[in-house]
Design a protein around this ligand. Sequence first.
Ligand code: FAD
Length: 499
Amino acid sequence: MSAAVPSNEHFDVLIVGAGISGIGAAHHLQQQCPGKRFVILEAQAGHGGTWRTHRYPGIRSDSDLFTFGYRFKPWMGKPIATAAEIQSYLAEVIDENRLAPLIRYRHTITSADWSSEEKCWQLQVRIEGEGDVEAQTRRFTANFLWMCQGYYRHGQGYTPHWPGMEQFKGRIVHPQTWPDDLDLSGKQVVVIGSGATAATLIPAIASECKSVTMLQRSPTYFITGRNANELADMLRQLDIPPEWTHEIVRRKVLFDQANFTRRCVAEPEVVKKELLAGVGAALGPGHAKVVQEHLTPRYRPWQQRIAFVPDADLFKSIREGQASIVTDEIEAFVEDGIRLKSGQVLPADLIVTATGFNLNVMGDINFHIDGRPLDWSDTVTWRGTMFSGVPNLAWVFGYFRASWTLRADLIGDFVCRLLQHRDALGAAVVTPTLRPQDQAMALMPWVDPQNFNPGYLARGLHLLPKQGDRMPWLHGQDYWAEKDELPKADLDDGAFAYS
Ligand SMILES: Cc1cc2nc3c(=O)[nH]c(=O)nc-3n(C[C@H](O)[C@H](O)[C@H](O)COP(=O)(O)OP(=O)(O)OC[C@H]3O[C@@H](n4cnc5c(N)ncnc54)[C@H](O)[C@@H]3O)c2cc1C
């Protein structure tokens, strides 16, 4: 039961979501725009977003936490972190910045309507009931919306439909909704998928179940190495202050990544050979056929995020015979497993569908502008952050090829600079607006599918905003360019209308 409560609270800035992006946004706002009154509304019962939702065994980052951590809060642990470690880090940020009273949990924003007359967003928010307290719907208003809601639906992962699914006698589980009561002992498990999730989950469960098979349609690139950073370890031994160590190691990681990305473009075949050699070495002698058949992708390195396998744990499970890989396509689920197009039947008691996400567009919030429905695919993005014709709203969409948080920090600085600039002009509204010279430019998808093409984006690209063919209407996804360009972006070049 939901009771409508008419009361209305107003904020200068309303942050949607208390994941990495939302907590970061709150920090930047507090530091750089101390006069702004703000709140974070979060649908879940606690902070962390992705790192709270995902609870499957082995859940961990695939980026190093020197760059996946914030620029302003040193990372003190190993480079690759578990979800629990990321959650504690975020809890410390909340604590150190006294953000707890500014976060409202169990608050789901369902609709947002911009009023040009009132110069604010009017939000409908569903507040989940708790104990004896009934669920409610409340209105909030905010001058500026800082969208930190991520890019996928938290409640349910993406599971394709395969013929015969209903005949399968075992359990089908998506890693995004991993049940607490799942007993793996003695089970034959098939994990469908080949990305970071499958690579993380398989070694974490391999010793517990009878067998685990990674069933993939096509192979993925992996990089493997120790879960350690020698430079960080050395600086820590020398008792260098954590802030310095964090900054120096971030710069070194970013330098190495820039070099790697450049090489992927300049000499993809050489990089491919190196990656495959690394995987071959981790598997050890006698596994050349596994590398050739199951670990040699068809695409260029870096067209999809490359999964990092710390301490070669996936390869160790394969080497020791606890895990195996099958590359084939599913024809149908059968009573006791999966029949493949090759005719082979993979026996299974449990099938894990590590098949990705359901993209959600702007938190599944029903957006209107002055009562007219807002279709995001009709908008053009200003540098992948704001949108033509949409007043007072910014979205934190991070990088694919570098850590998400690098962009969350950059956008944090940008939004604060824009708010200060707008206020200094005596305006209350800033709206990205196509200038006369931009009106006829060619429009392209939110991300170039040739450049980056994971399934969840491919499935939902038509719903997302467009990018143009020139600055400032490009969504470049290039940290190394953006780190210099965004702080200097001209706020008075006519692409922003102030009123
Ligand atoms: C398993 C996994 C591992 C990953 N590993 C990495 C990695 O190593 N490195 C990397 O760079 N990226 C990684 N990513 C991408 C990752 O999602 C981002 O890096 C980052 O965590 C996203 O943070 P966010 O705060 O923007 O979004 P999210 O973590 O998605 O958080 C968004 C929050 O907004 C809330 N929300 C959404 N809609 C509403 C609404 N309407 N009303 C109220 N609240 C709402 C959600 O409940 C959620 O808590 C990974 C993703 C997954 C799924």
